[in-house]
Design a protein around this ligand. Structure first.
Ligand code: DGL
Length: 269
């Protein structure tokens, strides 16, 4: 048995299908500046979004075990797709362990829209949008809104390739967001009251998304909420570090280097 003091000093583990989870690492750094963080990105097997639930579960179990091997005190699944497919299974297999998952930030998007039946677009992976978890969430909250959803696998591929700010990204987004963006003649077929980024890779394409939409749309992602939830869960078990600052981040990838992770971690968002 590890002593409570030793566990308090242990790092928090975070995993994703690839580099997207770095958006959650950034939020965790802001929320919990005294904690050490260990990130594992499975870029070799990304994208997960079009794999079967069984494959995503097997890969998520491997990432989870890797982090446990690093003696982490909690695991954050910094991936909506892996949460949807594997969070329940991981919790069943590891009772008593802190496992924090993510879901598309539909609730704040609807609550903050400030009008009846707002038009909300959720961008996520096919796997997340097709999963039971999202269907339940949309059914629970969807009464108050018109929820549109679109899979956007190419954003994941381009972020993994380090092309989050490229012309290729903009031209993909122009096609994808055609009904929702302001066209050259000034018209918008379906003006949005909120856009939910339901995949942790997507915040890295935020600048390109804003540019393509060409009118102010509030954009939501789950990173801050996940960081707050992690803090809350650690606090509940009295496992927060005593340190108030100075936490470090260690990066691991299933690919040979972590250059892209480092660049995205240091990029201003
Ligand atoms: N970053 C992941 C998510 O939050 C999935 C990306 C992928 O591998 O398809 O859903």
């Amino acid at each position: 048995m590890r002593k409570a003091e030793e566990i308090r000093r242990a790092p928090i583990g975070i995993f994703d299908s690839g580099v997207g989870g770095i958006s959650v690492v950034k939020a965790l750094k802001r929320e919990l500046p005294g904690e050490d963080l260990i990130f594992f990105g499975d870029s070799k097997n990304a994208p997960y979004g079009e794999k079967s639930v069984e494959e995503i579960r097997a890969l998520s179990e491997r990432s989870y075990q890797f982090l446990r091997g690093q003696r982490v005190k909690a695991v954050v699944i910094a991936c909506n797709t892996a949460t949807s497919a594997a969070a329940e299974l991981l919790r069943e297999e590891n009772p008593g362990e802190i496992i924090v998952g993510m879901e598309p930030a539909l609730k704040p998007a609807i609550e903050n829209a400030g009008r009846e039946r707002p038009e909300i677009l959720v961008l996520a992976t096919s796997s997340t949008l097709g999963g039971e978890r999202f269907h339940k969430l949309a059914a629970r909250l969807g009464m108050g809104a018109r929820v549109h959803s679109l899979p956007a696998p190419e954003i994941v591929r381009m972020v993994e390739a380090g092309r989050e700010d490229s012309d290729e990204m903009r031209s993909y987004l122009r096609e994808l967001l055609r009904p929702y963006r302001r066209m050259a003649d000034g018209t918008i077929r379906c003006p949005l009251d909120g856009l939910v980024l339901g995949c942790t890779h997507f915040p890295f394409a935020k600048r390109a998304i804003r540019e393509v939409l060409s009118y102010p749309v509030p954009i939501y992602d789950g990173a801050e909420g996940t960081a707050r939830e992690t803090k809350h869960r650690l606090l509940q078990k009295a496992l927060l570090s005593d340190r108030k600052s100075g936490g470090c981040v260690r990066l691991y990838s299933s690919l040979p280097d972590t250059e892209l992770e480092e660049r995205l971690l240091n990029k201003e968002s």
